[in-house]
Write a protein that binds this ligand. Structure first.
Ligand code: ATP
Ligand code: MG
Length: 373
């Protein structure tokens, strides 16, 4: 890799890039192709940015800020029209072709072997033949999503939904319209598009959409400038906040405190802004309360009955090698998991995975035995 050329493309001096290499820029030599990845945002380069051995750069997907009070946030951010898309709840991947091989990068800039196999299966090859420079940004969702398993989407396994397009060596994304046009052209799925609204009158229709999504257990919306002039914002349903809380309280000692607090705070702002009746507010309080208490009770009970606190997920792979590689990938990402023997199926294998949540497991055991918090 020519470090000077890469530094020029990133808009950094070579010395700065070398300096970062000891701290935020990490090498990843597996799986091929080898790459350098930005573990954190630094010098204006987004976290997750990957620089491949051949010098090509896939930029990290930008963070999306969250509105707590929707109406004023819309006014503050957008002047003209806003485009509203569904925010899907899975994990972010960027798919690109590097020296002719399609790879899927995680948020952190690692090549994920499982996501790569799924992307190669779901995305027509001609996309990358026609557009070798393209980077497809999308969400992997479904019950066989080993990071955020959800059975609220129309798939029994895992599916890819495009939400943005970018090009290698280029920070910009192409925006809502080009993305949806592209998805139509190649017959791939894209996140639902709910239409465009004038910013000053968008509040009511967006709340209606978010309520409808919430009833289906879906996450919420991303609100984008159709001309891509200002950065998008996100806004989510109470049901999705609560389902996050439920998962987090089940494994309460394995999550950062902010995860709990930020979700509880969202609920307060939404309840006020939506001007809820007493009855609606009570229902919200009950929903929040249940999503905190019930998983905790379940966890403590399980431990009292001598069970291990673990999380079960599963994946379907075409090749055994993908399963083995994914096992290694989880381990190097710092996750502890036990992989069952792959079960052969018609066109591949089912692999059941037990993720260990050691911290919650041990803490609960200790507390049950009378240890102090
Ligand atoms: P962030 O740092 O971006 O806030 P996060 O992991 O906290 O990341 P989220 O709260 O899920 O993520 O919000 C941003 C993510 O939402 C994006 O990175 C993307 O993976 C996902 N997403 C789902 N649907 C869309 C969509 N329609 N447009 C853009 N992003 C979407
Ligand atoms: Mg998400």
């Amino acid at each position: 890799m020519n470090l000077q050329r890469v530094a020029d493309k990133l808009g950094l001096s070579k010395e700065r890039l070398e300096g970062l290499q000891e701290t935020v820029v990490k090498k990843s030599s597996w799986p091929q192709p080898r790459l350098l990845r930005f573990e954190k945002t630094a010098s204006g380069v987004e976290a997750g940015t990957a620089i491949f051995d051949n010098g090509e750069i896939v930029y990290g997907y930008p963070k999306i800020r969250r509105a707590l009070m929707l109406a004023p946030a819309l006014k503050k951010r957008f002047s003209d029209l806003v485009a509203v898309e569904e925010k899907m709840n899975g994990y972010n991947v960027r798919v690109a072709s590097i020296d002719g091989d399609v790879v899927a990068l995680t948020r952190g800039g690692f090549i994920c072997p499982y996501s790569t196999e799924v992307a190669r299966r779901l995305l027509p090859e001609e996309i990358f033949e026609d557009h070798p420079e393209i980077v497809l940004c999308g969400e992997m969702v479904g019950p066989e999503n080993p990071y955020v398993p959800k059975d609220i989407y129309p798939t029994d396994s895992i599916d890819f939904y495009l939400f943005d397009i970018s090009m290698k060596n280029n920070k910009n994304t192409q925006g809502v319209h080009k993305t949806h046009e592209f998805a139509r052209e190649y017959g791939i799925k894209a996140t639902a598009f709910f239409g465009e609204f004038r910013a000053e009158s968008a509040y009511a229709p967006i709340v209606k959409i978010v309520k409808q999504l919430g009833r289906k257990g879906r996450e919420g919306v991303v609100i984008k400038d159709p001309e891509n002039k200002s950065t998008p914002i996100k806004y989510t349903s109470s049901e999705s906040n609560c389902s996050d809380l439920e998962a987090a309280f089940r494994y309460y000692n394995d999550y950062a405190l902010d995860f709990f607090v930020s979700r509880a705070v969202r609920e307060g702002f939404q309840s006020v802004e939506w001007n809820e009746s007493e009855e609606e507010r009570k229902a919200r309080a009950l929903r929040i309360g249940e999503s905190i208490l019930l998983p905790l009770v379940d966890t403590v009970n399980k431990k009292r009955n001598g069970e291990q606190i673990v999380q079960h997920v599963q994946i379907r792979v075409r090749s055994l090698q993908t399963a083995r590689e994914f096992e290694y990938h989880l381990r190097r990402s710092g996750m502890r998991a036990i992989f069952d023997q792959p079960e052969p199926e018609d066109d591949g294998y089912l692999v059941r995975i037990t993720k260990l949540v050691m911290s919650t497991n041990d803490k609960t055991q200790a507390l049950i035995e009378g240890e102090m918090w």
